[in-house]
Design a protein around this ligand. Structure first.
Ligand code: DSN
Length: 413
């Protein structure tokens, strides 16, 4: 098939999406831009292959090359995170968490995890999830200073005797004391689990604490700061290898997506390079610059600022809702997501906050000077959120900036 025969409606939409990514400032902290090699792997012939099972033990013939690829992915991930065992088959973060719970726990067991509005995740026990019907989730919150309340976790653990204590967050911007969590868990004989989806790349680069050598089980996605393909992964102690593998397949999933596993293998190799360490350092530095610049412009940062790649901002002091801010910034070419703030009284469809981060802009090569410019764009867009012509003016300036930092050279569909 020639590229000119490529499905014309899809071709138009793909080129439009490519243009949107190239021209806008992508600041959703869970998004990133993969390398050209990873794009190639995602579109490779490994998508054609069924391979239920694990390397060396498959339920289908013809898996010899798939075994090579999946084994490489596993070994590279083990080395990157200092893990005793890795399963690279989870389709994404939610299935990885479901598999981890089902591997180590029985239905009805208690898990302590963080409240969603304080930075946790839906799959950490929010009542709207199916998981919350299977396990008994008790949820902790941050303190009024905006930090994890380890004392509250300890007293909840003593009161509820959980089978598992869960840390790792999707909107919390501070470092985590894994040793403290491990000692609380040991006191009540609970398993330790961390969901490092957001910060996996920072951990791989040695820029944040690594729970993998300490905890029973650690789940992650591979597409956020780790800058791999959209997918999931579970790391665990050797003693949990059998239970984790059985929970993923045949417990919850069928044929693994081997094209994604091919791309994961490449991503893990990329993340082990020296350049990736510089990248992770710059992600944090860029987030710090945004913290300083936005604080100086009187934006109210939750958790007192950031130790990682993201900022959660309460927009109430700017007299605008999170939804209104997201829409205004989008019109100015800046993509962020509306987000609940701790104990938000507004609905998740139009909460009080916005969440933004630096992984994708840093991948483009943007540094301190550009972050100052970006903070200025954000401030002007929020001040002028109802002024269409001012938002269009900012949009043009955003296009000028992004044109200097191309993502994919010579890519089109
Ligand atoms: N949806 C992801 C995020 O944006 O943080 C988490 O699953």
């Amino acid at each position: 098939m020639l590229l000119s025969d490529f499905d014309p409606e899809i071709k138009i939409a793909l080129n439009n999406e490519l243009k949107r990514q190239e021209e806008s400032l992508e600041m959703i902290p869970s998004e990133n831009f993969v390398s050209q090699d990873i794009l190639t792997a995602l579109g490779s012939v490994t998508t054609n292959k069924y391979s239920e099972g694990y390397p060396g033990k498959r339920y289908y013939g013809g898996c010899e090359h798939i075994d090579t690829i999946e084994s490489l992915a596993i070994e590279r991930a083990k080395s990157l995170f200092d893990a005793e065992h890795v399963n690279v088959q989870p389709l994404s973060g939610a299935p990885a968490n479901l598999a981890a719970y089902s591997a180590l726990l029985n239905p009805g067991d208690t898990i302590i995890g963080m409240d969603l509005s304080h930075g946790g995740h839906l799959t950490h026990g929010h009542p709207v999830t199916f998981m919350s019907k299977i396990w008994n989730f008790i949820r902790y919150k941050t303190t009024s200073d905006g930090l994890i309340d380890y004392n509250q976790i300890e007293s909840l653990a003593k009161e509820h005797k959980p089978k598992m204590i869960l840390v790792g967050y999707s909107a919390y911007s501070r470092e985590i004391d894994y040793k403290r969590i491990k000692s609380i868990a040991d006191e009540v004989n609970a398993y330790t689990m961390a969901d490092i989806a957001h910060i996996a790349g920072l951990i791989a680069a040695g820029e944040m604490n690594n729970p993998v050598p300490l905890f029973d089980v650690v789940t992650t996605t591979t597409h956020k700061t780790l800058r791999g393909p959209r997918g999931g992964m579970i790391m665990c102690k050797k003693e949990h290898k059998k239970a984790i593998n059985k929970a993923v397949f045949p417990g919850l999933q069928g044929g693994p997506h081997e094209n994604v596993i091919t791309a994961k293998a490449i991503a893990f190799k990329e993340a082990a390079q020296l350049e990736f360490k510089d990248y992770a350092k710059q992600i944090k530095l860029n987030a710090k610059i945004l913290e300083n610049e936005l604080s100086a412009k009187n934006f109210q940062l939750m958790f007192g600022g950031t130790d990682n790649h993201l900022l959660l901002i309460d927009m109430a002091s700017k007299n605008i809702t999170g939804g209104q801010a997201e829409t205004a910034l989008n019109l100015a070419g800046i993509t962020v997501n509306k987000n609940s703030i701790p104990d938000d009284t507004r609905s998740p469809m139009d909460p009080s906050g916005i969440r933004l981060g630096t992984p994708a802009l840093t991948t483009r090569g943007m540094k301190e000077d550009e972050m100052k410019q970006v903070a200025d764009f954000i401030n002007r867009a929020i001040i002028n959120w109802q002024n269409t012509s001012e938002l269009e003016k900012i949009l043009k300036e955003v296009h000028d900036l992004t044109s200097k930092f191309p993502i994919y050279k010579n890519l089109s569909y």
